[in-house]
Design a protein around this ligand. Structure first.
Ligand code: NAG
Ligand code: NAG
Length: 508
């Protein structure tokens, strides 16, 4: 048989099976397990403890086109577990349909479970390797069960190697002696009106801090992530400063290079970058307080690419002159844009020209449109991860500001670069309209990048690496300093943290 024939044969078998899988109503055909892929950290919940666990299901399909609407309702997904006391575990789950032939399943565990069974059926038949039996203790995120060794945690979480951004950020800080540097940082940044900064010490896995500044409410974000990390890993003793403001602080013109953790970096500062508070919060509050997170953004878009409108959609406040320029541009080319300002503050006296301001639009509705703009506000636009996750095409103006993952984003692969003054934006949108397949490819790459780098698992990994790398360069003795307060863990669950036990399988 020649190659083409073999291909044809394989394809027809595939279609026969797929046809069965999708149209099977009377139960007389078997669903081929091999047509399904199931993967993700939520299948390893004994090792990877997150507020919301998650995994992915994909119906394999040669041409990767969207599947019929019935797709989601054909699945029966159950997650059951039992506690040591043989009570059922309380588990809450939900399903997000990405509308590209794949689903995200999320679940939250409220008890310490000693066994878990994840069953994924398609029309009543197990698919892929289902049922998945998770053995060992499965902790809710509210357990204080730190594992001894942070390197071991990094391994068991399947974290990638130390991110290049972290390596670059520590380049100027190969040795940190806080006894020398601490007074300099405090002298430089104890400016209550303009700087909000917290000084942290982690000692014996307890978090202590002292904050400087008039507006330190954002320490709730740094507190939450540090408490979350210390529940999961025995963090080495550490000392560091977290900048709570948006602007990076460690300006290159300062006499000394000062190591400060910040949410946003810039070409002319030496700050060490963390994931933004917005992204961090969305990982910590997944299936909790926040609506928008890197998973929900993928399941709440209404339309696949080809049904999205070919316009650039944008909403935001007037925190950057170029945002006003965007409004001007859109007036010259109304057929390419749906953009408006939602608030005037920085350029209040120009509201007549660039207004009227419009109401907020749910972020999920942004993805009714094919084109998005990641334009700076006061600093980098913290919505960028969510824009990538939403699967539309991102136009990104050049900027000196960056978040922790920008260095891994490739122009024209993951996004379309434009001049910071937007002078080529029209041309670039017209290119995208004329080259829809390529535009879709870049949009898809961007979303894939998000799924491989920006999900909660990756965010925790980034923080584990960050703290671990810091511990390697600290030269001064770590001690709790005068005036520091203990940041307490709240609402811990009662958990037995003894090592993983063999699950009694027969009881399942
Ligand atoms: C712009 O988008 C908003 C929100 O989706 C929508 O209500 C409005 O009709 C759109 N305007 C135009 C001119 O399409
Ligand atoms: C916009 O920026 C580009 C590149 O920096 C520059 O060549 C161009 O003159 C600028 N255009 C305007 C209108 O300022």
């Amino acid at each position: 048989m020649n190659k083409a024939k073999v291909k044809l044969k394989v394809a027809s078998i595939f279609w026969a099976v797929l046809f069965n899988a999708m149209c099977l109503a009377d139960g007389n055909g078997a669903v081929d397990r091999g047509l399904f892929e199931i993967w993700g950290p939520g299948l390893e919940s004994q090792n990877i403890v997150m507020p919301a666990r998650y995994f992915f299901i994909r119906l394999l399909n040669y041409n990767k086109e969207s599947v019929p609407d019935k797709f989601e309702s054909n699945f029966q997904i159950t997650i059951n577990g039992g506690t040591e006391q043989n009570k059922p575990c309380r588990i809450w789950s939900n399903i997000l349909n990405r509308k590209d032939g794949s689903l995200i399943v999320r679940y939250k565990v409220y008890d310490q479970c000693s066994r878990l069974e994840i069953s994924v059926k398609y029309q009543q038949q197990h698919v892929a390797e289902s049922p998945y039996l998770v053995e060992g203790l499965i902790n809710p995120d509210s357990c204080y069960c730190p594992k001894e060794n942070i390197d071991g945690v990094i391994d068991s979480w399947k974290c990638k190697a130390v991110p290049a951004q972290i390596r670059a950020d520590f380049e100027p800080f190969q040795k940190i002696d806080w006894d020398v540097t601490r007074p300099k940082v405090i002298k430089q940044f104890d400016k209550p009106h303009s700087v909000s900064l917290c000084h942290y010490v982690i000692k014996d896995n307890q978090v202590y801090r002292k904050c400087y500044g008039n507006y330190v409410g954002f320490n709730m974000f740094s507190d939450s992530i540090l408490l979350s990390l210390t529940r999961k890993a025995a963090v080495p003793d550490l000392e560091f400063f977290v900048n709570l403001g948006d602007w990076p602080l460690s300006a290159q013109h300062l006499e000394d290079k000062l190591p400060i953790f910040s949410w946003c970096g810039s070409a002319d500062t030496n700050d060490i970058i963390m994931p933004t508070y917005e992204l961090t919060e969305s990982a910590l509050e997944n299936m909790g307080r926040v609506m928008l997170d890197m998973l929900s953004v993928q399941g709440n878009g209404e339309f696949p690419w080809n049904q999205r409108q070919s316009k650039l959609f944008w909403r935001g406040r007037d925190s950057n002159r170029h945002r006003l320029d965007l409004i001007s541009l859109s007036r010259k080319h109304p057929e390419l844009f749906n953009v408006s300002l939602t608030n005037f503050f920085f350029y209040r006296d120009e509201e007549d020209v660039y207004g009227p301001k419009t109401d907020h639009v749910s972020f999920f509705r942004f993805f009714d449109y094919k084109y998005q703009l990641a334009i700076d506000g006061t600093v980098a636009p913290y919505r960028t991860p969510f824009l990538l996750g939403g699967g539309s095409l991102i136009f990104k103006p050049h900027s000196k500001y960056y978040e922790y993952f920008y260095r891994d984003l490739q122009p024209n692969t993951h996004y379309v670069p434009v001049e910071s003054n937007l002078s080529d934006l029209i041309e670039r949108i017209q290119w995208a309209k004329a080259n829809d397949a390529e535009a879709e490819k870049i949009a898809r790459n961007g979303q894939e990048f998000a799924n491989e780098n920006l999900l909660p698992q990756h965010i925790f990994c980034y923080y584990f690496h960050l703290l671990n790398e810091l511990s390697k360069v600290l030269e001064s003795e770590v001690r709790v300093l005068d005036g520091m307060e203990l940041v307490k863990q709240k609402n811990l669950s009662p958990c037995d943290c003894s090592q993983i036990k063999t699950a009694e399988r027969d009881e399942l």
